[in-house]
Design a protein around this ligand. Structure first.
Ligand code: DC
Length: 214
């Protein structure tokens, strides 16, 4: 299966890079973070306690989440903007740490990959847990300062507040027990701190071509 797994911390440029790699390779693109964000929004809308793993897991199993290239749908409604709010940033890593939530999302992610016969799949645990048989695994990272600056450049906000929100999410994502964020042993680590998007995309596409053509 032609799967390119792109994992890494918040603000490393995964979405932008993964989209362009998808265009360059012709493989479909899946943003798995948007799936967790949709569940977080359903949790917020139903005033459920984000720390209640069972209740949040039930929501994750019952909601309809459909992630397209540019649109994210929760129960048939376009929530692409709502899922990027600072409130959702504040709870998404809490709900994403619950095993019942991860079980439900992983099942959907694997069936998406099977249906599409491959893809460029972006997240935190794609190369390590969701699809360890991916033909290319990239761990995309950048220094905390650069990641905070990029987020402020994209969405505005106070640099200190953005930096501490990113640091808090990184901490929760990399210290949780179920599928923590970490590079897999066989991943290509790309530090984008001093590289342009075009350079990073070209590097990943070159790796893909060498493994794809054997
Ligand atoms: O990539 P993002 O910032 O949209 O992801 C939002 C959150 O979802 C992130 O803080 C951790 C979680 N996530 C995850 O646990 N596993 C994934 N495969 C993707 C995202």
């Amino acid at each position: 299966m032609r799967v390119i797994a792109i994992d890494g911390p918040a603000g490393a440029g995964k979405s932008t890079v993964a989209r362009q790699v998808s265009t360059a390779t012709g493989l479909r693109y899946l943003d798995t973070g948007a799936m967790y964000r949709c569940v977080a929004l359903a949790v917020q809308q139903s005033s459920t306690d984000a720390h209640d793993a069972e209740a949040v897991g039930k929501i994750a199993r019952e909601v309809s989440v459909v992630i397209g290239r540019d649109v994210s749908m929760l129960n048939g409604i376009d929530v692409s903007t709502e899922i990027r709010s600072s409130e959702i940033n504040g709870i998404v890593s809490i709900i994403a740490a619950h095993t019942p939530v991860r079980d439900a999302m992983r099942e959907q992610q694997r069936s998406w990959i099977r249906d599409q016969q491959g893809g460029v799949v972006e997240g935190r645990d794609i190369g390590t847990v969701v699809f360890p048989e991916a033909i290319l695994k990239v761990f995309l990272t950048a220094s905390p300062e650069v990641r905070a600056e990029r987020r402020v450049g994209q969405s505005g906000g106070d640099i200190q507040a953005v930096a501490s929100s990113i640091a808090e999410r990184d901490h929760l994502d990399s210290t949780r027990l179920d599928s923590p964020l970490k590079p897999s042993n066989d991943s290509v680590v790309v530090d984008s701190s001093n590289k342009t998007i075009e350079e990073v995309v070209a590097e990943i596409v070159a790796h893909f071509e060498s493994v794809d053509h054997g």
